[in-house]
Design a protein around this ligand. Structure first.
Ligand code: MRU
Length: 340
């Protein structure tokens, strides 16, 4: 396969490499993702993360394994293992459905390679279209709040919600971005803060618990988040903490926008209650780990609950900003996301 480089994925020497998102921003380590076991391990550990990126990394690996001579049966098994690597983000399943069709073709090696590269190129275009549609909604002089990481690290392109913010900043409309740290794994504090710094977008990092008082003091003009799955009724699964922000936004009369490509839409999922929510290890809540080391502050064997995502009901969302344009609450209520 040709050489490929995005912010956090590389194909070189016919192998897949990933930028370790757990080590950022202190360390920039490119790690091999040469086998299904390696990639699944990276996905579980969130070294590869972000709904679009997970799907793209799995698709690229499958194509590379085909080029290395794996049989159709081996690839079908690999596809099933990759599909189960993370349950909530539907982009993985949607991308692999397309790879499955390529695998069924006569010359499947070429078909898989073309399809994986097409998915990467498409994702760049999708991000760009989202940024165009979303930035038109940002008012001059805005202070925006975002959660988790939805930038170039999480996609092949400029990102989803963070792509909107970056584009609106280029247009001179953003004076400040409040970056929620996003406990427990700190994707906001580690990754979004780093990306905004690289892009020279002015930001201030806050703990998640600070958002409410900023809204009460009218220091937040709009909230922009990404999505891991959008159900047919418009409910959205995204990083844990998104729902609390949506409730707060509703109370304070602040617009709450979800930015995502159409690959995040799951028309066959009727509503948020049907979205599987990944439960993660207790250690992530009982302490913190990263390139800075590992600390546990909770008592040994403390009882912990750790849902990685929550569901924001459609009623709290002001607009779904997709690559196809802005979808309004009225359009969602009329069934625009329902199966066609
Ligand atoms: O657990 P993560 O870090 O993969 O969660 C990421 C999110 O929740 C993002 O908002 C979502 O995947 C969209 S990324 C463009």
């Amino acid at each position: 396969m040709q050489t490929l480089q995005t912010t956090s994925l590389q194909v070189r020497d016919n192998q897949l490499w990933i930028l370790d998102q757990q080590a950022l921003p202190q360390q920039k380590n490119w790690l091999p993702a040469h086998s299904v076991a390696q990639l699944v391990d990276h996905i579980h550990a969130l070294r590869v993360r972000g709904a679009p990126l997970i799907g793209l990394s799995a698709s690229l690996l499958l194509a590379l394994l085909a080029e290395q001579g794996q049989t159709r049966d081996q690839l079908a098994q690999a596809l099933d293992v990759l599909r189960a690597a993370r349950p909530t983000a539907v982009n993985l399943m949607n991308n692999l459905d397309r790879m499955k069709l390529a695998l069924a073709q006569g010359s499947y090696v070429a078909a898989l390679s073309q399809e994986a590269l097409r998915l990467v190129e498409e994702d760049k275009q999708l991000c760009d279209s989202i940024a165009t549609a979303g930035s038109a909604l940002v008012k001059p002089g805005s202070q925006l709040l975002t959660h988790c990481n939805t930038g170039g690290l999480a996609t092949a392109g400029v990102g989803t919600a963070l792509g909107v913010i970056a584009r609106a900043h280029q247009q001179g409309k953003v004076v400040n971005v409040w970056v929620g740290e996003t406990r427990p794994l700190l994707q906001g504090g580690r990754l979004t803060a780093w990306e905004l710094g690289e892009l020279s977008v002015p930001y201030q990092l806050i703990t998640d618990s600070m958002a409410a008082s900023l809204m009460a003091r009218q220091q937040v003009d709009a909230i922009w988040v990404g999505a891991d799955r959008i159900a047919a009724n418009g409910d959205v699964a995204n990083k844990i903490g998104t729902y609390s922000l949506a409730v707060l936004a509703h109370y304070h009369g602040i617009p709450f926008y979800v930015a995502a490509p159409h690959t995040t839409l799951d028309r066959l999922c009727p509503d948020g209650a049907a979205i599987p929510i990944e439960q993660r290890a207790a250690s992530e809540v009982a302490g913190v780990a990263g390139s800075f080391g590992h600390v546990q502050w909770a008592p040994e064997n403390a009882a912990v609950t750790n849902p990685a995502f929550d569901v924001t009901p459609a009623a709290l969302i002001s607009g779904w900003v997709l690559d196809t344009g802005v979808v309004t609450p009225d359009e969602v209520a009329a069934g625009i996301f329902q199966p066609t």
